[in-house]
Design a protein around this ligand. Structure first.
Ligand code: PEP
Ligand code: MG
Length: 897
């Protein structure tokens, strides 16, 4: 008991005196809180105590010193264990032994894990041998303790002990550890102790109090070791959380054939099937199961059969204990309302529970478990929706690598677009198209891609680049197309001339087969088998539940019929961004586009544009037809014109020939269009201002298509015409007049009346600030957060990938702002623009169409400021549907019909 005024640092559990609960994880750590909870549930937990995480914080705040009252609190807790076990800590005739384990709030590899059998020394080991009547067991336990303690607490390397044990086995001609007798272990122990003394200059501690405090100190010390610090950084765990220490009475799974130890999941963690799943070992301690020295046996007969094991199942060997364990399994699942990962030990046919926690699982298992638990009435549907990490759905929508397959990883880049793909290596888009045309699967490998490569990217199964970040051209386009993509694999050197790529001594030639995994960024040699996705069943059920409660609509970014169809299959409720320039790269049109750019007069441009108009109209007819009455936002031309011109001398000559232009004119025009900062140059609506005939043609094509589809289908098509990169209301008004004029002309020519909206992207800070003026005439805003991030930060979206990782490493930026919306900076501009827009036009439609529209954290931000929809690439639509539902649940904006 702590006296008044003193802090309470120690909480007991088990043997009828449990002070903690499951909801005290912050104070007791995950392991400690769950041990307490299991004890509260009446499950057989060996008694113990937890030293709190607050003590860890105190320890570091006070120069690694403990508060004075800790000694008494620990001594009181040990005395309680002694009473419960009828044994004494350090007493040779009847020793109490304990385990010491760390336990933070979140499970954290990298920290000190476990010391077992603490309390053994020369005298107590002898006592244990006598009392248990099993000298072999006692000395085996002691040698394990010396090795573990010396390694984990005293930092003596494992190899010293392994060398000694190997030497003894060699001398005696033994092959297995189990061949060693009690006497053998005793002489191993003597050598172990000598090795420790040699390494440390002091003998192995015989004083059990010194052992205990040494282990407690090692746990707290490990909170700040380099591995733990790295793990915390990677997983956003604050150092202030601290770890707890759990001291628990030992139970022994290695006392004979009626003893065992094991680990289990209450349901299958890879498939989610509601079947008990686990492994155990007879006559062993916990470390043996994970160490892989002996082959573990299955818990159930079904598991044994499924894994073709001929070792007997626990269900057969220890049916009574197995039944008890199965009851514990059901009780824990009902109590925690989730699949549990448990550890247990059987000592002389008596079951003890050593740990429970929510089990890690694969994405398909997570889905099945959530849906099953909801159907079983254990959780409600909203809870099931919250349980699934939206990002994990990616694994379900694309082919994934067969986890059983061998893989030889040769390089790693960014996981730019999920999915796994194998194919023959090609280095140009044209080759990709040709080889795909004859039925080959290909992987297009480029230093970086440009709009000119689109046809090859479409034809390829996957795309690999050695340069570029997560919003590079390759990454954005591949995500949109649903192609696997690894970008920025900087170790790979691509040599176009010799048609090969090289990485760390491996050379891959054109035609060689590689596999890329766009979900991990790995590049592998040869073909690795993949598994195809399944979109029905649990997936469809959960998505249906999510759709029932989300408030925001989910649209897609799509311009090709294939993408639009894919997006609808995934549940898109319209198109939020159709980038019309992508349609210009089609081989049938690029010539006319180039003619338009090369033309020296408005008349010349109009002639070329007239050739493009029927193509554009057909594009829009397709999109409107596929979207069947759902909203479709079409953005007028955005990129700088030089992107459409050829790059090499040879290509320039070909273009000159094909367009009947003087080759010098082609070169001159290319030089003329060159810009130092094209992203901030002559692009977006600036093209419309200087060449209004381009937007005029596009608007006419949109309206003609809308009129045609409305007439044929009887469905009302209401196109949303979107102007990019607006910085002033004046720009918008000038271009809106061009669009309105085109609409009036089409209405007059077709006799068909139709509705339409004209709105703008908000991609520049000035546009966000002046959103009030702009909303006087703009009927919708779509936040183009790729450009808005670029222009707010002043970071080039094409170049920042080279140094942003260093910014993240140094903690300057927590996330890549091109992936996860910077809620406090860019987000503030969006919020402000939304408010100013709404103040002027209360029913203004607000959406987002940058890459952030498919990012769960960014979607949550969009919900918090009340946007009407998010728009993302087709393959992210299901992720966005789920993330929007979770955002609605978290901000209590759930749709109520
Ligand atoms: C944006 O800037 O967010 C956007 C969607 O446009 P793009 O990526 O085509 O520049
Ligand atoms: Mg943009």
């Amino acid at each position: 008991m702590s006296s008044q005024g003193e802090s309470k640092w120690v909480y007991t559990f088990g043997a009828g005196a449990t002070e903690g609960r499951a909801d005290m994880k912050n104070l007791l750590g995950g392991k400690g809180a769950n041990l307490a909870e299991m004890a509260n549930l009446g499950l057989p937990v060996p008694p113990g105590f937890t030293i709190t995480t607050e003590l860890c914080t105190h320890f570091y705040a006070n120069g690694r010193a403990y508060p004075p009252e800790l000694k008494t609190q620990v001594a009181d807790a040990v005395a309680r264990l002694e009473a419960a076990m009828d044994a004494k800590f350090g007493e040779p005739a009847n020793p109490l032994l304990v385990s010491v384990r760390s336990g933070a709030r979140a499970s954290m590899p990298g920290m000190m894990d476990t010391v077992l059998n603490l309390g053994l020394n020369d005298a107590t080991a002898r006592g244990l041998a006598l009392r248990s009547g099993d000298a072999r067991f006692a000395y085996d336990s002691y040698r394990r303790f010396i090795q573990m303690y010396s390694n984990v607490v005293l930092d003596v390397d494992h190899h010293h002990f392994e060398d000694i044990l190997d030497g003894h086995k060699r001398d005696k001609n033994y092959s297995l550890d189990t061949d060693l007798t009690a006497a053998d272990w005793q002489s191993v122990i003597e050598d172990y102790k000598k090795a420790v003394e040699r390494e440390l200059g002091t003998p192995f501690p015989q004083d059990v109090q010194e052992q205990l405090w040494g282990a407690i100190g090692a746990v707290f010390g490990s909170w700040m070791n380099a591995r733990a610090i790295t793990y915390r950084r990677l997983h956003d765990i604050p150092a202030s959380w601290g770890t707890a220490v759990n001291v628990q009475c030992m139970v022994f799974g290695n006392m004979g054939e009626d003893c065992a130890t094991g680990v289990a999941f209450t349901r299958n963690p890879s498939t989610g099937e509601n079947a008990f799943y686990g492994e155990y070992l007879v006559n062993a301690q916990g470390e043996d199961v994970v160490a892989g020295i002996r082959t573990p046996q299955h818990l159930t007969v079904a598991g044994k059969i499924a894994n073709k094991s001929d070792l007997p199942a626990m269900e057969e060997v220890m049916p009574d204990v197995f039944n008890q364990l199965n009851e514990v399994r059901l009780k824990l699942e009902l109590h925690y309302r989730d699949m549990q990962d448990i550890e247990f030990t059987v000592q002389q046919n008596k079951l003890f529970m050593l740990q429970t926690r929510n089990g890690k699982r694969t994405a398909p298992a997570a889905l099945k478990i959530a849906v099953d638990l909801a159907n079983e009435g254990v959780i409600d549907r909203n809870e099931a929706i919250k349980r699934i990490d939206p990002a994990s759905l990616d694994q379900l929508l694309h082919p994934t690598l067969d986890p059983k397959a061998d893989r030889k990883v040769i390089a790693k880049g960014l996981p730019a677009s999920p999915g796994a793909a194998s194919g023959k290596v090609v280095f140009t888009a044209d080759e990709a198209e040709q080889m795909a045309g004859v039925g080959d699967a290909v992987i297009l490998c480029r230093i970086e891609t440009s709009p000119e490569d689109i046809h090859g990217m479409h034809a390829a199964r996957g795309i690999l680049t050695s340069r570029g970040g997560m919003t590079s051209h390759a990454a954005v386009v591949a995500r949109g197309m649903g192609r696997a993509c690894v970008s920025g694999a900087g170790d790979i050197r691509i040599d176009y001339k010799n048609k090969l790529m090289a990485v760390r001594g491996v050379t891959v030639k054109e035609g060689d087969i590689v596999t890329i995994d766009g979900s991990t960024g790995e590049v592998m040699l040869g073909e690795v088998p993949t598994i195809q996705p399944e979109l029905s069943g649990d997936f469809a059920t959960l998505m249906g539940w999510a759709d029932g409660i989300r408030r925001m609509k989910i649209r897609t970014n799509a311009e090709t019929p294939l993408d639009a169809r894919t997006a609808r299959k995934f549940g898109a409720e319209g198109i939020g961004l159709s980038r019309t320039e992508h349609m210009f790269f089609d081989p049938a049109r690029i010539l006319a586009v180039r003619e338009m750019i090369l033309a020296e007069s408005e008349e010349g441009r109009r002639t070329a544009l007239a050739k493009l108009e029927p193509f554009q109209k057909k594009d829009f007819v397709d999109l409107f037809t596929i979207m069947a009455g759902l909203p479709v936002t079409i953005r007028l031309l955005d990129p700088p014109l030089h992107e459409f011109l050829p790059n090499t001398e040879q290509d320039m000559d070909e273009v000159a020939k094909a367009t009947g232009t003087d080759p010098l004119r082609v070169r001159h025009r290319t030089i003329q269009l060159h810009e130092a900062n094209p992203m901030l140059g002559h692009r977006g609506c600036r093209l419309g201002i200087t060449y209004p005939e381009i937007y005029e043609m596009q608007a006419r094509a949109i309206f003609a298509a809308a009129a045609e589809v409305s007439k044929i289908s009887g469905e009302t098509v209401t196109p949303e015409v979107m102007i990019p990169l607006i910085m002033t209301k004046k720009e918008f008004d000038i271009l809106k007049a061009v669009i309105d004029k085109a609409a009036a002309e089409v209405k007059a020519a077709t006799g068909q009346s139709f509705e339409y909206l004209v709105g703008t992207m908000i991609e520049l800070p000035r546009a966000a600030l002046r959103a009030g003026d702009i909303a006087e005439t703009a009927e919708f805003f779509s936040f183009g957060t790729n450009d808005l991030t670029q222009t707010t930060f002043g970071l080039s979206r094409d170049d920042a990938g080279a140094f942003l990782p260093e910014y993240q490493r140094q903690g300057i930026l927590e996330h890549d702002p091109f992936q996860t919306l910077d809620a406090t900076g860019v987000g503030e501009l969006i919020d402000l623009a939304a408010q100013r827009g709404r103040a002027v036009r209360p029913d203004i439609k607000l959406g987002i169409c940058g890459e952030h529209g498919g990012d769960p954290a960014s979607i949550s931000f969009c919900e918090s400021i009340g946007l009407d929809y998010v728009s993302c690439s087709p393959y992210r639509v299901p992720i966005a549907r789920l993330a929007a539902a979770q955002a609605a649940l978290n901000s209590d904006t759930v749709k109520r019909d």
